[in-house]
Design a protein around this ligand. Structure first.
Ligand code: GLU
Length: 440
């Protein structure tokens, strides 16, 4: 147990950005590592965007990623009375003042401003970025209550942090400028200033902030695309932190044990979709065989195959081949279709490259004759046969056309294993059909 209290304080919009959820992950790990508390505060003051549906999306995202929080959810809108009481306190102590302002639409109203100190330096030791300082005179007074009487982010955020007894504020470094202001509010209220850790932005390959133009930027999109929550969690953790050795795939227990906020990188973290895809594949490999098999059977059922399409040994063999090569569960439909349907689509690129080539027809016709004579239809026997044909010069000229002819695609599981799974009859029929209709 410790007195550490951190919070994730998103403003719900119906979509959870990966940068935000990475901040949640770092807060969560920091709390779990130190034995502190991880709190959830919903900064729901933008009533148009923070709909019940948007808040629901946030909860679902957190649950999906296994980010459990301590204590009750804190809703910012429920604390408005307190925000305004604190503003009165600031007015009374001379740290705030009211002023008439004309807004852009020409309406005049009274806003409350926070009065910045006019001299001295605002300083803090950021756990990630190190010492930070800014001259007070460089920051102008700023509004804390709108003319309609509603509190503004700065005051709501600080008062809630005081009320939630937050000890460490870990958030994106787009908030650094706010932090200089917030420290002045904490001090004006005589409240202890929390410790800060500002996380560098996630950037694209060009070093610019990662946005939806660069690819999927929201957690929900990754979920839909078939990413596993454990893989996304692990990948986002590594975007700005590593355990100090070359381990990359870590269990949740290892993450909790090893995570240290002090070791979070100062430099911007470059998002690498290829690495995330690789990570997903690593987590797919870890799915227990039985669970993976039921996913394969589910996908097979969608393709019209009943559970007795293979016997259990056959399903196990198929799964053993497919699992290590699967990067996304959503891809199962594509990688399995050739086993369960005859009218699968042919990838035109693969057809052009591998079948529409002079001499391929002869190769396929010859293979039909040779394969017809095979009595023991197993991967090793078939491989031996093709190896014999290639006379040690590489099996490429046989293997590639066969693969496209029987599966329609240029990639997949080991070819001979695929032929074993398809069986003799289907293999011969497909080779013959490709020879007749596609090959040159
Ligand atoms: N609602 C703010 C955001 O999402 C809060 C930032 C914070 O203090 O953590 O950017």
């Amino acid at each position: 147990m410790s007195d550490i209290r951190v919070r994730f304080a998103p403003s719900p919009t119906g979509k959870v950005h990966i940068g935000n959820i990475r901040a949640a992950i770092y807060n969560w790990l920091f709390a779990r590592h130190t034995g502190g508390k991880f709190l959830l505060r919903v900064e729901d003051t933008d009533l148009e965007r923070s709909t019940p549906e948007a808040i629901q999306v946030l909860f679902e995202c957190m649950e999906w990623l296994g980010l459990d929080y301590d204590e009750e959810v804190f809703y910012q809108t429920k604390n408005v009375k307190r925000h305004l009481e604190v503003v009165d306190q600031l007015l009374a102590s001379g740290h705030a003042y009211k002023v008439e302002k004309t807004s852009r639409d020409g309406k005049t109203g009274v806003v409350t401003m926070f009065k910045m100190p006019k001299e001295g330096t605002i300083e803090f030791d950021d756990i990630v970025k190190g010492h930070m300082a800014k001259k007070a005179e460089d920051i102008q007074d700023f509004a804390i209550v709108r003319s309609d009487g509603s509190p503004i982010f700065h005051i709501a955020n600080v008062v809630d942090d005081i009320d939630q007894k937050v000890t460490h504020i870990i958030r994106g470094d787009d908030h650094v400028e706010n932090t200089f202001k917030h420290i002045c509010i904490f001090k004006a209220l005589g409240a202890p200033v929390p410790q800060y850790g500002h996380l560098s932005m996630i950037v694209n390959q060009q070093g610019k902030p990662y946005s939806k133009r660069d690819g999927a930027a929201f957690v929900g999109e990754y979920r839909e695309q078939g990413y596993l929550p454990e893989a996304l969690f692990n990948y986002l953790l590594l975007l700005g932190w590593n355990p100090g050795d070359d381990r990359e795939v870590l269990t949740r227990e290892e993450m909790i044990k090893l995570f240290e906020l002090e070791k979070v990188h100062v430099t911007a973290a470059m998002f690498d979709p290829k690495k995330l895809a690789w990570m997903n594949g690593e987590y797919i490999k870890k799915i227990p065989a039985e669970a993976f098999k039921s996913k394969v059977k589910e996908a097979a059922a969608k393709l019209g195959a009943s559970a007795d399409f293979y016997d259990e040994a056959g399903w196990d063999y198929l799964c053993g081949q497919i699992q290590p090569r699967t990067k996304f569960l959503n891809d199962l439909d594509t990688s399995l279709v050739c086993f369960f349907k005859d009218d699968f689509e042919f990838d035109p690129k693969a057809v052009d490259k591998r079948l529409k080539k002079e001499g391929v027809k002869d190769i396929l016709v010859d293979l039909v004759a040779r394969f017809s004579a095979v009595s023991e239809w197993t991967a090793p026997t078939l491989e031996e046969l093709v190896k014999g044909l290639s006379q040690g010069n590489g099996m490429g000229p046989w293997v590639h056309p066969i693969r496209v002819a029987v599966s329609g695609r240029g990639e997949g599981i080991g070819l001979f294993e695929m032929l074993q799974l398809l069986g003799k009859e289907k293999t011969l029929a497909r080779l013959q059909k490709a020879a007749d209709t596609m090959a040159l």
